[in-house]
Design a protein around this ligand. Structure first.
Ligand code: SOE
Length: 380
């Protein structure tokens, strides 16, 4: 008999929809230890939050997140709000004994992140951060290949996350849809928003990054602010490039920008090892490119593995071999793993502590860009 688990979600933007979709679907495809109940959704605009609740099937609404975290009938708080609200909500939720799921990046900076980790660990509540790309089957499969030792010693880890949606200087900053451009709400630009994904995947696949040297640029220096109506300085990084070293001796090369005309969400990573290389591309997310030097010379070459077989990670839960799934399913997988971890008392990753490691890299990257110096990453 499945126990009910009551969800209270805060925020209803892009991520609110991605998470709600995952909650609705996961029980149809995975055998879960819990029956998820969409108990309440919370946002400041009462009309809009009611409309969202109707559309997705939430039983009730709140307009003050404090009320939501105090409610006895809520087991889990899911934070889908701008970055500058994560810490306060997560800490309050933990203090009220709730499980906490939080959108990425964990916090505005590592100092905030540390307080969040302390709060969830002190309260002993299950917690996780939505670095969803780990759970694209091809990426999870890459992790399997790495863990099996197929690459041998790793020499290079290269990642990029390229977009082009902020090139127009008339685009304002701030407010509901554009808080990512407002440093007060986002904390940073592409470093926390995009590179954080690349860093999370990299730490998972290749271990700790120990030192970094970075460069950032803000191409459009002033934009109208949606909240004040005034032209204001832009405080975020529009682009960030950094190099670094991993603890395993491999070299890191990372790039992220919102000014790569023609690229909408081109997240790619490549790992070059002594025996083999791996390449993945979000625009072709169900494939993993794999080159194994130990193949016989005459047939040696890059294999394009269609990660849709029943034996591939998560794929046995979906359709028949050859039929692909997509972006939204990475969130479904994350919910399934989280619930499984809760039931078994074996937390699924990335939890808050894991996400704090990514936050430390982001902080080191931004400090290096500011000072022009190499910066050592705090390791925990
Ligand atoms: C930004 O455009 C964004 O939506 C990020 O916030 C997400 O985390 C990323 O997955 C896609 O791009």
């Amino acid at each position: 008999m499945q126990k009910p688990l009551n969800i209270g979600m805060i925020g209803y933007g892009f991520m609110g929809r991605a998470h709600s979709n995952a909650y609705c679907k996961v029980g149809h495809f995975f055998d879960l230890p819990y029956r998820l109940v969409l108990k309440a959704v919370c946002a400041r605009n009462a009309d809009k939050v009611r409309a969202f609740a109707n559309q997705w099937g939430y039983e009730s609404v709140e307009t003050d997140w404090r009320k939501l975290v105090e409610r006895q009938d809520i087991d889990l708080i899911d934070i889908c709000t701008p970055n500058n609200t994560h810490a306060e909500i997560a800490i309050a939720a933990a203090e009220h004994g709730k499980m906490v799921l939080c959108e990425k990046p964990l916090a505005m900076n590592a100092a905030e992140g540390r307080r969040m980790v302390e709060a969830v660990e002190k309260a002993g509540v299950p917690n996780m951060v939505w670095y969803n790309y780990r759970r694209v089957p091809a990426v999870t499969f890459a992790k399997q290949l790495v863990d099996e030792g197929r690459l041998g010693r790793v020499f290079h880890y290269r990642a990029k996350f390229l977009q082009d949606w902020t090139i127009n200087p008339e685009l304002p900053q701030g407010g509901t849809a554009l808080w990512r451009l407002d440093v007060a709400a986002a904390g940073s630009g592409v470093t926390g928003d995009l590179l954080a994904h690349c860093i999370d995947t990299a730490l998972w696949l290749n271990g700790p990054l120990t030192t970094v040297s970075a460069m950032t640029e803000t191409f459009v220096k002033e934009r109208k602010h949606n909240l004040t109506g005034k032209i204001e300085k832009v405080g975020i990084d529009d682009a960030c490039t950094f190099m670094g070293r991993f603890q395993n001796g491999s070299l890191a090369s990372f790039e992220s920008t919102r000014y790569a005309r023609g690229h909408k969400a081109l997240y790619t990573f490549e790992i070059n090892g002594e025996h083999a290389s791996i390449f993945w591309d979000l625009h072709d997310l169900h494939r993993l490119q794999f080159f194994d030097h130990r193949d016989a010379g005459v047939v040696r070459g890059w294999r394009s593995i269609h990660v849709t077989d029943g034996e591939h990670p998560y794929m046995g839960k979906w359709w028949v071999p050859g039929l692909a799934i997509g972006y939204e399913h990475s969130f479904v997988h994350q919910v399934a793993d989280f619930l499984d971890g809760v039931a078994k008392g074996k937390p699924a990753q990335p939890d808050f502590r894991d996400a704090l490691r990514t936050q430390y890299v982001c902080d080191a990257v931004l400090e290096s860009a500011r000072t022009g110096q190499w910066v050592n990453v705090t390791l925990i």
